[in-house]
Every structure is written in structure tokens, then in C-alpha cells.
Ligand binder design. Structure first.
Ligand SMILES: *Cc1c(COP(=O)(O)O)cnc(C)c1O
Length: 368
């Protein structure tokens, strides 16, 4: 992933600096409103990263020690880590082979009476089936957090992914479609949750620093609970506002490049590229390919591609295989382990040319 940052973003950041307002201020407020509107949410609360956003989402749902939270192991490790931040226990659910996402069935298989929440991921931009899982979570009386780190510009049932979520967390890390350097957003539909999230990201203060500075009279703030400093800066938000204007174009370009990959890769046996699920569309944040009876092993494919100047990456990681989670013994996760060992992510970025794609596919053809 190469971020699409240009002169416009540089100008916007410079203007924020010249304005003198560099901490959380008017640009953050505008970015929140415009981002929420783009993803079909009522409220956006900007934070310092998706990871801190997931942390706040779990605090919002009242998750704590003794609680179990079901997460996919097949995700960036931050998804599971956020559960530990609130002192709860992550419980790993398997995923389905086609989307890399948890389903009602895989979540239900590891559910216990201690399950208080599920963090479901729209993995690599491929949305999970929100209709099924939201309904199931409600019927089980467990909270549902949507890890939408990669989902800006994806759709589910004709709506933006994350729209209608109880709470969703988004990332603006440079490896995602939209970037602010570092940064994140939490979206919710109710004003009360938005107000609580605003307090939680700002030390538990009942008046934001921005409002305090804008007030004519001295404002005596109160600190209502022990909270965090998870704010975004106005410099980041200035960049984010420009990036947001590029989203539709970026997604269209990625989907065109993905369609071209599909056409070229169809001629090679043993490779199964990620596709749109039946109920939605992916932004192709990650264009992953599953090896299915391919002659060459995944690691040899990566090595051969690298030798030909192609920087493909291993597939999505599995948290339960990392030393940080060595103390966890999950239920069998056969699909997760298959995807993480047998998949790779092909280059897909705004500078990728058709000639690059032809070259990548030619190298793969020699390995088939
Ligand atoms: C990138 C990513 C995160 C972490 O995002 P940050 O903004 O870097 O904290 C969390 N979950 C998933 C699924 C991700 O891909």
C-alpha cells in the first residue's frame, strides 16, 4: 500500500500549522462530520488510531475483567490487543474461507455464558455479513464492535460498510486507503455514546479543550471519569479532509485494477483471488490470493516475486500464532491457519500500472 498523498494534503497541513491551532480543534470537528456522513453514521469521534478507537469502543460497552470478547484471530493483532486493554479475555473465532471474516456460526461455536461482546472485522476491506451478525448479537444480548479499520469505501447491502453499526472503529494509518499519518475514528448513531466517547478520548473532561478556548467566560471543567488522551490533531484532520475527497476515486481505481487481476489470474490454476461477497463490495484494501493446489509453496512464491522486484506480502496474520498470545489455547482454527499460511497479498496501489500487473502475473505463471 502506497499512500496517495500529494501537494493538496501538504498545503492543508501547512494551513493548519499557520492557523496556530494544531491540537484538536475546528478541523477535527469538520473531519468528524464529513467522515460520518461518508460512511453513513450519525456521529464521528476522531481518535489517535483505530487501536485506541477499539479500546474506547469496548470501554463504551462496559467490557472489563472477567468478560470474554470474541474476535477473529485472523486480523491485525490490534483487534485482540484492544480486548486485553480493558482487562477482558479475547476468545478466538474461526473465519470463512471466501471472505476471511467471522460468521454467525463461527462466533456461536466459541460463545459461552461469559461472552459479553464480539469484535467483528471487515477484513482487508471485505465486509462481513452485517445483517446476520448484528441480529445474532442482539439475540444473544452481546455487544458488537465493528473493526472497520480497512473498510472505508466498502459496501454491505447497498450501504457503506459500518453504517448502522452500534459502534465501529476506523483507521487512517498509511497502510489503509485514507491516511492522516496516524489516526482513527469511532462512529456511532446515538448522541449519548458520542458524548461519552468525546469525554473518554479527552481525559474524561466534561468540556472539550476546543470549547473551553472558544468560550468568552472562564469555563471550569470537571473530570467525570478516569479516561485517556486519544485525541487527533488538527494537522491530521486537515490531511484527512483532503483524503476524504479522494475516497470514491481511490476505490474506483482499486476495483478496476482488481478486476484486471481477476481476468489475468483466471488463466492460472491453483490461485483463488479475493472477491466481492454476495451481499456487498470490497474496496480491495488488500488484494489477497489463496493458494489452492498451487505447485509452489507460499513462501517460495514470495521469494520468487521479490527476486523479480515484486514486493508481495504474506497473507493476513493470525494473532493466536504470535508469542504475545502463546498463553491462549483456542478452539481449532483450521480456516484461519489455512488462510494465514496459504495466502499472499499482491501489490495494489494507485501507482500500479497495467505493465506492473502483467509482470506480476507472468512471474506467478512461471511458478504454477
Ligand atoms: C490496521 C488495523 C488496525 C489498527 O489500526 P491503527 O490505526 O494502526 O491502530 C486494527 N484492526 C485492523 C483490522 C487493521 O487492519
Amino acid at each position: 500500500m502506497i499512500p496517495d498523498l500529494g501537494e493538496e494534503e501538504a498545503q492543508a497541513a501547512a494551513e493548519a500549522i499557520r492557523s496556530g491551532w494544531v491540537a484538536q480543534g475546528p478541523r477535527v470537528a469538520r473531519f468528524e462530520t464529513e467522515f460520518a456522513a461518508t460512511v453513513g453514521a450519525e456521529h464521528g469521534v476522531a481518535v489517535s488510531s483505530c487501536t485506541t478507537g477499539l479500546h474506547l469502543a469496548l470501554v463504551l460497552l462496559g467490557i472489563g475483567p472477567g468478560d470474554e470478547v470474541i474476535v477473529p484471530s485472523l486480523s491485525f493483532i490490534a483487534t485482540a490487543n484492544a480486548v486485553r486493554y480493558v482487562g477482558a479475555t479475547p476468545v478466538f473465532a474461526d473465519v470463512e474461507l471466501t471472505t476471511g471474516n467471522v460468521t454467525v456460526e463461527t462466533v456461536d461455536a466459541v460463545r459461552t455464558e461469559r461472552t459479553r461482546a464480539v469484535v467483528a472485522v471487515h477484513q482487508g476491506g471485505v465486509p462481513f455479513d452485517t445483517a446476520g451478525l448484528r441480529k445474532a448479537a442482539e439475540s444473544w444480548d452481546v455487544g458488537l464492535v465493528e473493526d472497520a479499520a480497512c473498510a472505508a469505501g466498502s459496501t454491505v447491502y447497498g450501504q457503506p460498510a459500518g453504517a448502522g453499526a452500534r459502534v465501529a472503529a476506523w483507521s487512517f494509518h498509511p497502510r489503509k486507503l485514507l491516511t492522516t499519518g496516524e489516526g482513527g475514528m469511532v462512529t456511532v448513531d446515538d448522541a449519548e455514546s458520542a458524548a461519552r466517547l468525546r469525554r473518554l478520548r479527552e481525559h474524561g473532561m466534561n468540556v472539550s479543550a476546543a470549547d473551553r478556548h472558544a468560550a468568552k467566560q472562564p469555563v471550569l471543567e470537571a473530570y467525570l471519569e478516569t479516561a485517556f488522551n486519544y485525541r487527533m490533531t488538527d494537522i491530521q484532520a486537515a490531511v484527512g479532509l483532503v483524503q476524504l475527497g479522494k475516497l470514491a476515486g481511490l476505490v474506483a481505481q482499486r476495483r478496476a485494477l482488481a478486476a484486471r487481476y481477476h481476468a489475468l489470474l483466471a488463466e492460472i490454476d491453483g490461485l483463488v483471488p479475493v472477491r466481492d461477497p454476495a451481499y456487498g463490495t470490497t474496496n480491495y484494501q488488500s488484494f489477497w490470493v489463496l493458494l489452492d493446489g498451487f505447485r509452489t509453496s507460499r513462501d517460495e512464491v514470495l521469494t520468487s516475486l521479490a527476486a523479480q522486484g515484486v514486493s508481495a506480502r504474506r497473507g493476513i496474520m493470525a494473532a493466536h500464532l504470535e508469542p504475545a498470545y502463546a498463553d491462549v489455547t483456542p478452539a481449532p482454527l483450521p480456516v484461519t491457519e489455512r488462510i494465514t499460511r496459504e495466502s499472499l497479498i499482491l501489490p495494489l496501489h494507485h501507482k500500479l500500472t497495467e505493465a506492473d500487473q502483467n509482470h506480476i502475473v507472468e512471474v506467478l505463471r512461471t511458478l504454477a
